[in-house]
Design a protein around this ligand. Structure first.
Ligand SMILES: [Ca+2]
Ligand SMILES: [Ca+2]
Length: 680
């Protein structure tokens, strides 16, 4: 024999038809058979198949034939794709078809019976996508005996077997994304993985999956048994595998020599379409719904919030009159204000809108008054009634309600008519009971008393019962002079604003409506304004609830008595300059005048200097002398008429009016002209 190849040719004429073992692929060099070198030249063409000279290797992966990021493995004659899950097929272009469980509120599950010999050290793995926080994922059963199972609880994975503790996942997986979950069964334990993260293990006896065992996915045939472990799964499961064997819901790969018998599928849909949750119009308040997988989102209008736009920021719509304070209440808002009542005929009354369903077990409000006997709130539906009043300066609740024969009477210990604000709550001590004791809570429990007897709640106010505020309407007493806050009965308010006031209609279903048409004066001051002593200069302050008033001391005026009255304004000084003082004035008199108003002319003749019997004539700050006889001059000290004098230095005589003074024998005598007489 010189060559093996002819022999080969003879022995394997149909080598390409033999499938039992694959042919060698690669290069051979320096082949020596029986010390004879075998080289391509001495191998005849009919004794060889697919043998080529040289050792050229083609890069089959050069053009990236694998899809979906599959890894390409270059072989001599072709390539192989190593696919990422859940892709499959020679080029990873195919994808395992997910099974949709619980589509549109259906319930379903899959059951894969095991066949063939015992399976040890197996891994069960799958992709899971859901938004539900609970649901059974996998259950392995031997006949009716549960071996172990995996389910979702609070959005987290849980694994357990009947004889083991539970293993809990750390993160929630119900966010609508796919998660790869694996169970690795080892001889005496089973480990749970989320992607590559080991979540823990349960100890199991040596676990072999045997022919006849069943892997349940998404639920069990028995509803109650399923509900114990989170109920039926809602979501998608994709690329389920028992080790490397795909367990397909909708096969895309040819079934191999299977370890799985004929599976059962109940209500499993192909693909992973989400439910259309927008179908039920879940968005409130005009929100626009957009479907996302097994969920929805709402595009909310301004002033609304929440997943379904269910929360309305009502107060941001400024729905209240400017003097009111907006407050959010259940399903809506309320406009709160303090009202001023001025006694008789200011009473207002309310009625339920007929839609109040809640139990009314408390009543809360604030008030301020100086009245010592006055009605604050009254309602009656015979024989039931409620009366809240001030009697002998104390706050008093009288209540007869339900089946009780007693009239409950509950009074504050302290006087409440000091004109200051007081907050009061009357409430049932056991609001869930049909009948209970009531307690009063005044000024943040500074005054707290509980009734001795029990009675029912205020539910009679839900029917057609008039609720009077600030007056009883049909008695002879004056109504309240003072203020009341908005009254809160069981969380529903008695608004001072009419629904017809043109503001946004209140959306809440349960309401008390103001029935009386008279408008309420709002704007009661928060505090007694007189506490800050706003009246100056001894003015007296009076608090009128809505405003305050200063009664000024004498000499002062202005709203706060800040102006000194000008008492000189009426020019009170007759002959003088006025100088203003407090509640008075001072006159500085001109010369010659006296008196408070300078009205008095001073008698300047007192101590006058008029001589010779002259008469003093009073003037202004002066006087004149009216001379007698023949005197003249300012003070009448000079003789007024022509005269002659006779005699000597020691003894002389003056004769007036041209009388002739004569001396006869030492006797001096005046000889008068005709018409004059007298000695001189
Ligand atoms: Ca003055
Ligand atoms: Ca005078």
């Amino acid at each position: 024999m010189t060559s093996l190849f002819p022999l080969l040719g003879d022995s394997f004429p149909n080598i390409h038809n033999m499938h039992s073992a694959p042919s060698f692929v690669g290069c051979l060099q320096d082949i020596e058979i029986d010390q004879i070198m075998v080289i391509p030249e001495n191998v005849s063409s009919n004794s060889s198949l697919n043998v080529k000279e040289g050792c050229i290797r083609k890069d089959w992966c050069e053009h990236h034939p694998c899809h979906n990021k599959g890894r390409c493995i270059n072989l001599w004659l072709s390539y192989q794709c190593d696919c990422y899950r859940p892709y499959a097929g020679p080029t990873c272009a195919a994808e395992y078809i997910p099974g949709r469980f619980g589509h549109e509120e259906s319930v379903g599950y899959a059951a894969f019976p095991i066949e063939g010999s015992d399976h040890k050290n197996e891994t069960i793995s799958m992709f899971v996508r859901t938004r539900k926080p609970s649901g059974l994922l996998l259950s392995l059963k031997k006949s009716t005996i549960l071996l172990f199972q995996v389910w979702l609880e609070g959005g987290k994975l849980v694994m357990s077997s009947p004889s083991s503790r539970k293993v809990f996942g750390k993160q929630t997986v119900n966010d609508g994304n796919f998660y790869l979950i694996s169970l690795k069964m080892e001889p005496n334990k089973t480990e749970l993985f989320q992607s590559s993260q080991n979540l823990g293990y349960i100890s199991t006896p040596i676990l072999t999956i045997q022919s006849g065992d069943i892997i349940y996915i998404g639920g069990l045939p028995d509803v109650q048994e399923t509900n114990v472990s989170g109920g039926y799964f809602k979501g998608c499961i994709q690329d389920l595998r028992l080790s490397n064997q795909p367990l397909e819901f909708f096969p895309i790969t040819p079934s191999l020599d299977s370890v799985i018998g004929k599976p059962t599928f109940i209500n499993i849909a192909p693909g992973c379409a989400g439910d259309n949750l927008c179908k039920s119009n879940p968005c409130w308040n005009g929100g626009v719904c957009y479907s996302v997988w097994d969920d929805f989102t709402c595009t909310c209008p301004p002033n609304t919030a929440g997943k379904a736009c269910e929360k309305v920021e009502w107060c941001e719509l400024s729905p209240c009159p400017h003097e009111a304070r907006c407050q959010l209440v259940h399903q809506g808002y309320e406009c709160l204000a303090n009202a001023v009542f001025s006694g008789r005929s200011s009473a207002i009354f309310y009625r339920s809108n007929g839609k109040i369903r809640r139990d009314l077990t408390h009543i809360t409000f604030s008030f301020r008054t100086r009245d010592s006997n006055v009605m604050l709130l009254y309602a009656e539906k015979e024989p039931e009634f409620i009366s809240i009043s001030i009697q002998n300066t104390k706050l008093l609740l009288q209540l007869q309600s339900g089946n009780s024969f007693y009239t409950l009477s509950l009074s504050s210990a302290r006087a409440v008519n000091d004109g200051k604000w007081h907050q009061v709550t009357f409430k049932m001590t056991e609001p869930l009971s049909q009948s209970s004791r009531w307690c009063i809570d005044l000024d943040e429990a500074k005054d707290s008393t509980t009734s001795a007897v029990a009675t029912g709640n205020l539910n009679f106010l839900r029917d057609e019962t008039d609720i009077y505020l600030a007056d009883k309407a049909f008695d002879h007493l004056d109504g309240l002079r003072g203020c009341m806050s908005t009254v809160d009965i069981g969380g529903i308010h008695l608004s001072y604003f009419d629904p017809a006031d043109g503001y946004t209609k209140k959306p809440q279903e349960e309401q008390f409506l103001k029935v009386s048409a008279n408008t309420v004066v709002t704007g009661c001051m928060e505090l007694d304004a007189c506490l800050s002593s706003p009246c100056m200069h001894g003015g007296k302050c009076e608090d009128d609830y809505a405003y305050y008033h200063c009664t000024c001391a004498e000499g002062w005026t202005g709203s706060h008595c800040e102006i000194n009255i000008d008492e000189c304004a009426s020019n009170p000084c007759a002959h003088g300059n006025c100088s203003d003082r407090t509640a008075s004035y001072v006159c500085l008199c001109e010369s010659g005048y006296m008196g408070a108003r300078c009205e008095e002319d001073i008698d300047d003749c007192l101590g006058h200097l008029c001589a010779n019997g002259a008469t003093c004539l009073d003037g202004i700050n002066s006087y004149s002398c009216l001379c007698a006889g023949n005197f003249t001059g300012r003070y009448c000290r000079r003789i007024r008429l022509p005269s002659t004098v006779c005699g000597n230095q020691n003894r002389n005589l003056t004769c007036y009016n041209y009388g002739n003074c004569t001396e006869l024998q030492g006797h001096l005598e005046c000889l008068c002209l005709p018409g004059f007489t007298g000695q001189r």
